[in-house]
Every structure is written in structure tokens, then in C-alpha cells.
Design a protein around this ligand. Structure first.
Ligand SMILES: Cc1cc2nc3c(=O)[nH]c(=O)nc-3n(C[C@H](O)[C@H](O)[C@H](O)COP(=O)(O)OP(=O)(O)OC[C@H]3O[C@@H](n4cnc5c(N)ncnc54)[C@H](O)[C@@H]3O)c2cc1C
Length: 280
């Protein structure tokens, strides 16, 4: 658990931030609104306002994924790494997936959790694919504390800028998204994007030296209404999709897991329409 600080990137974003605060409050989320002077006093940087939540969380995604797989393995799940699903055939009765080396798997239902690759199976424009950039600093010594409580920070800029720290004493910054998907063009921009991200960081914390060590770029998908696509796609019988697009994808993935379990076991889901493909 870590505090999460969502701060206004500009004075003109303050009204939107306050509206966000009011809505979260209405639905029972515990947080505080910080004025510009409170941000300065508590977090030692300049921002016109911020929402401070104590309900943030951070995980090592790689380690978590491996722990989940080990847990499932202990319960009898078989795991095949590096095994792409090359073709998929849906019938009214079942689904057959052909994986590498021509091996076929037939099942009553198929859950698609293939992230952005899902666009290859859906003949609707469901997601806008863009490019995003991130950079991690050199390692500091164990006693270093970069900023207060090493809160998870992001701002209201579009695209948003975010800052994190890691368990091995590094800072991680990201953002500067480009409005295109082309991975070759994206990777060519990496060096310049990292220079820009470090500048963004130093505008906020001029006294903290950020020495980049590793940097990378990736695809980022967002939907028109900011919500994921979860559930059945009627054109592909016996399919269930778990597509946690967007900056809240990890939260959406949990919702998808719960909803899909309910659907497979024949329980109705009251939230189905919120995440349905019928939205587009
Ligand atoms: C830089 C960056 C920062 C982010 N930060 C956050 C954050 O702070 N909080 C948050 O909630 N979300 C964040 N997200 C979004 C989040 O990472 C995604 O929403 C989430 O990973 C989606 O999970 P997923 O399981 O649906 O898809 P993925 O994690 O994309 O997994 C899909 C998997 O399917 C596999 N696959 C695809 N096609 C096939 C095939 N044909 N056969 C076999 N396997 C296949 C892929 O190899 C991949 O392993 C961030 C994303 C990026 C890029």
C-alpha cells in the first residue's frame, strides 16, 4: 500500500480535479483535497491542487504474475509458455484453438485475455492504440528516500506524467505518449522522449538528480469512454473477453476475472451492460 497523489498539472485543471474529488467522496472513497499550499507543505513541490488517497497500491507485476501462475499450478492448472494461439474456430457447441506445432485444444468456452492483440479478433473499433515511454533511474543507496512517503504520483496533463519508486531504490517516470502505434517510429523517438521525461521530472523536483539507467516504450490502449470491454462477443460463440484497456487496466482485470467466473458458472452479472461490446 502507498499513498497516491493525483495533482493538477495546471491551474486550469483545478475545477476538473475538484469535480473528481466530489464524485469520489460521494461514492465513499477516503481521500483529502490538498490546496497548492498544502501540496507545497506536505510534498515539497508546486502544484495548484491535488487529491491525496491512502488507498493506492503498487506491485511488481512480473513477480505477481509468476506467483499467480505458481499458485494456479499448485491447483492443477497446466501452463504453456511461448505457445501462441495461431487460429481459433468457434462453433455453437465449443471452441477449438490451434497452437504452435499444430496442437489443437477444444473447450466449451474460451477466455480471450490477449491484451491489445484482441483487436485481431474483433471487427469493431474498440480501442485507440498509442505509444508510451518510461524510464527508470540508477539505483540509490538503501537509506535514500526520494520524496515524501514515496507516494504514487500522477498528474492531470494529457497525456499524464507519472512518478514511482521501486523496492530496489530507483525512481520510475513515464508518460509523453505519442498518438500513434507504429513500434519502429515509436522506438526511434525513445532517446528524445526520455530526455523530455527527465526535464518534466526536474520541473517538479529540481533538487533530485534523475540519472536514467533503463528506458523502454510500449503500446497503450484506451477506449472512448475510459472503460474496459468484458464479457461475450456474440459474433464469436462461446467466447469471453477480458480486455482491461487503459491506465486502470489492472483494476479492470480483477473486475473481468470476477465477471467472467460468474458468466461461466451461469450467474447473471448486473454490471454486464457497463462493459459490453454493444457500447460501440
Ligand atoms: C507503461 C504502462 C504503464 C501502465 N501503468 C498502469 C498502472 O499504473 N495501473 C494500471 O492499472 N494499469 C497500468 N497499465 C495498463 C495495464 O498494464 C494493462 O491494462 C494490463 O496489463 C492489461 O492486462 P491484460 O492481462 O488484459 O493484457 P496483457 O498484460 O497485455 O497480457 C496479454 C497477454 O496475452 C499474450 N498474447 C497475445 N496474443 C496471444 C496469442 N495469439 N497467443 C498466446 N498469447 C497471446 C501476450 O503475450 C500477453 O502476455 C499500464 C500500461 C503501460 C503500457
Amino acid at each position: 500500500m502507498k499513498p497516491s497523489l493525483y495533482f493538477a498539472a495546471d491551474e486550469k485543471d483545478v475545477d476538473q480535479l475538484k469535480a473528481e474529488y466530489t464524485i469520489r467522496k460521494k461514492f465513499g472513497f477516503k481521500m483529502d483535497y490538498l490546496s497548492a499550499s498544502a501540496v507545497k507543505k506536505k510534498y515539497h513541490f508546486e502544484a495548484p491542487g491535488a487529491i491525496l488517497s491512502q488507498l493506492g497500491g503498487q506491485t511488481n507485476a512480473y513477480l505477481l504474475a509468476h506467483c499467480l501462475l505458481q499458485y494456479c499450478k499448485g491447483r492443477g492448472v497446466q501452463i504453456f509458455d511461448h505457445t501462441p494461439a495461431n487460429s481459433i474456430r468457434h462453433t455453437a457447441k465449443d471452441v477449438t484453438v490451434t497452437v504452435s506445432r499444430g496442437v489443437k485444444i477444444t473447450a466449451k468456452k474460451l477466455v480471450y485475455a490477449t491484451g491489445y492483440e484482441a483487436v485481431n479478433f474483433i471487427d469493431k473499433k474498440i480501442v485507440k492504440l498509442e505509444s508510451t515511454y518510461a524510464c527508470i533511474s540508477e539505483q540509490a543507496n538503501e537509506k535514500t528516500r526520494f520524496w515524501k512517503e514515496e507516494a504514487l504520483m500522477w498528474n492531470t496533463a494529457q497525456p499524464y506524467f507519472y512518478m514511482r519508486t521501486t523496492d530496489d531504490n530507483r525512481m520510475l517516470i513515464g508518460g509523453r505518449d505519442s498518438k500513434f502505434y507504429d513500434p519502429v517510429r515509436r522506438d526511434r523517438l525513445l532517446k528524445q522522449k526520455i530526455r523530455d521525461l527527465v526535464k518534466d521530472f526536474n520541473k517538479i523536483f529540481p533538487a533530485i538528480e534523475f540519472k536514467p539507467e533503463f528506458s523502454w516504450a510500449g503500446t497503450f490502449g484506451s477506449t472512448e469512454d475510459g472503460l474496459p470491454f468484458i464479457g461475450e462477443f456474440p459474433k464469436l460463440p462461446n467466447s469471453l473477453f477480458a480486455l482491461g484497456f487503459g491506465g486502470n487496466g489492472i483494476t479492470f482485470s480483477l473486475i473481468a476475472a470476477e465477471m467472467i467466473t460468474a458468466l461461466v458458472t451461469g450467474k447473471p452479472s448486473k454490471d454486464a451492460s457497463i462493459f459490453s461490446f454493444d457500447r460501440v
